[in-house]
Design a protein around this ligand. Structure first.
Ligand SMILES: Nc1ncnc2c1ncn2[C@@H]1O[C@H](COP(=O)(O)OP(=O)(O)O)[C@@H](O)[C@H]1O
Ligand SMILES: [Mg+2]
Length: 413
């Protein structure tokens, strides 16, 4: 009974050692051989592993000086015999079953027990013990136990193989990831360059359309006006795209100026004049007296384009003769709050979070082509966050939406 207990203990120890994370392969084998010798009650023991097709190498041993020593499988040694015959070998005074045993006189003195370490019927190593404490022989039961233990050593080896292959896969993935990142970077740079280069020709068209608008005969004015609106939209989309990319990789630096809320609102409204007229939507402003003495420190172009994007959304979702209101007031002593409110269909609570995500459009317009990208609100969010502010939407999802921008201000400035 006592014997079985110690075997069980040894087997459990081997399994535990095999599965212990963080312990190196060599250290694992060394610990295993220690437990094997304890269980078999021998002074010495070692684990040899098959290297390539011809060699056996000591991977762990109670005599650490032997580690790394190689032995040819073709040789006449007991371990080579075990590899070739895939069988247990016991050499002691009572058992001279093989030529190896007969020839190896030196082993007759101290009983020597060797078992193949098999993996899917292939020998991958040899487990051996010698110099038994007490008598110089191994009983049949002990031999069987030993064979069993050798079977368990394989789990440590398998773990290593698994580890190695995981490591290799990880390295491969890391390499591929780095390549992909590089490609992505090249693609982004190219894309930004192209988008940036688009701005030039669009500006040129806009300037020429402007000149045309002064000279065109009255009956053609609406065509020029719609060309101008189209150009404006295109310019805004290109700018949004470019700035989102820059804000995402933190390469956009803000040009900070001291601005008043009133000038921002007036300029934004002026820029949307043509569109609101075309859609027959009125624009109303409400500038509270509380902001009179306050300066917003921010990037004029970015903040204006945020207001423009929000106004344009509000106009787009309004019906003819509706009014869109843009207003501002102090929300707190150091917080200025802008809002843009419309009487459109509203935005359901479920959609309120996602509309700020890239490319989100709740429903495509049915009437004709809609020149939009679903990037407007993403741009607004990033631009306001770059000013350490926040943008949110309030709507019951039935009627009207109210976009609210909070920006920190310092009254002393
Ligand atoms: N004022 C609004 N009223 C109703 N829905 C809106 C309003 N503003 C934005 N949305 C919804 O949010 C979506 C995302 O807006 P945005 O990012 O500006 O993209 P785009 O205008 O290019 O569609 C819109 O497609 C629309 O569905
Ligand atoms: Mg939009």
């Amino acid at each position: 009974m006592k014997n079985e207990e110690s075997i069980l203990k040894a087997l459990m120890a081997i399994t535990q050692i095999s599965n212990r994370p963080g312990l190196g392969f060599e250290a694992k084998l060394q610990k295993i051989i220690h437990h094997v010798t304890q269980c078999m009650r021998t002074e010495k023991g070692s684990i040899m592993l098959v290297k390539g097709r011809r060699q056996l190498e000591v991977a762990a041993s109670t005599n650490t000086a032997l580690i790394g020593i190689r032995n040819r499988i073709e040789s006449n040694s007991p371990s080579a015999w075990v590899v070739k015959n895939k069988k247990l070998l016991c050499i002691d005074e009572r058992n001279t079953q093989t030529d190896v045993a007969k020839g190896a006189g030196k082993y007759n003195k101290d009983a020597f027990l060797l078992a193949p370490i098999l993996n899917r019927n292939k020998v991958v190593g040899v487990l051996s013990v010698t110099e038994k404490i007490g008598e110089d022989c191994f009983t049949k039961t002990e031999q069987e136990i030993f064979f069993n233990i050798a079977g368990h050593v394989i789990s440590a080896l398998e773990n290593r193989r698994l580890n190695d292959s995981l490591k290799r896969s990880k390295q491969k993935l890391q390499r591929q990831n780095a390549q992909l990142k590089k490609l992505e970077q090249v693609r982004t740079e190219l894309f930004n360059m192209l988008v940036h280069d688009l701005k030039g020709p669009i500006s040129e068209i806009m300037a020429n359309v402007d000149i045309l608008s002064y000279t065109v005969v009255e009956e053609n004015r609406e065509y020029v006006e719609s060309a101008r609106i189209g150009c404006d939209n295109l310019y805004r989309m290109v700018s949004n795209l470019l700035d989102i990319a820059r804000m995402e990789d933190h390469s956009l630096s803000l040009i900070i100026e001291k601005l008043t809320a009133a000038e921002l609102i007036d300029e934004a409204v002026a820029r949307l004049h043509g569109v609101s007229q075309a859609k027959q939507v009125a624009l109303a402003t409400a500038i509270d007296v509380s902001v009179d003495e306050v300066f917003v420190k921010g990037d004029r172009d970015l903040l204006l384009r945020v207001l423009q994007n929000l106004l344009l959304n509000a106009i787009e979702h309004s019906r003819q003769d509706d009014t869109v209101e843009i207003g501002v007031a102090m929300a707190d002593k150091d917080l200025i709050r802008f809002y843009i409110a419309d009487n459109g269909p509203g935005i359901s609570p479920a959609h309120q979070d996602v509309i700020f995500d890239k490319y989100t459009q709740i429903k495509k317009k049915k009437d004709g082509i809609k020149y939009s990208t679903g990037l407007g609100l993403t741009f607004c969010k990033l631009a306001i966050e770059a000013h350490k502010g926040a943008v949110n939407v309030e709507s019951d999802g039935m009627q009207g939406s109210r976009f609210v921008i909070d920006l920190p201000v310092r009254l002393a400035s």
